[in-house]
Design a protein around this ligand. Structure first.
Ligand SMILES: [Zn+2]
Length: 59
């Protein structure tokens, strides 16, 4: 989100992260960028709550 760096994160890792995060379900699990520490929004991800998140929806 900050420096536009892209990182491939395995879906099972994202899902595990999602399972541990019981916060707002409208916000997808977000990882911190290794380069700048900024939030990384998923390009596409369907969460455990059945909600789909698309980076294109928020840009
Ligand atoms: Zn970054």
């Amino acid at each position: 989100m900050t420096c536009h760096e892209k990182e491939e994160i395995p879906i099972n890792v994202v899902r595990d992260f999602d399972l541990m995060d019981d916060g707002d379900p409208t916000i997808p699990p977000m990882f911190a960028c290794e380069k700048c520490g900024g939030k990384m929004y998923p390009e596409y991800y369907k969460g455990i709550h059945g909600i789909e998140y698309k980076l294109s929806d928020i840009l």
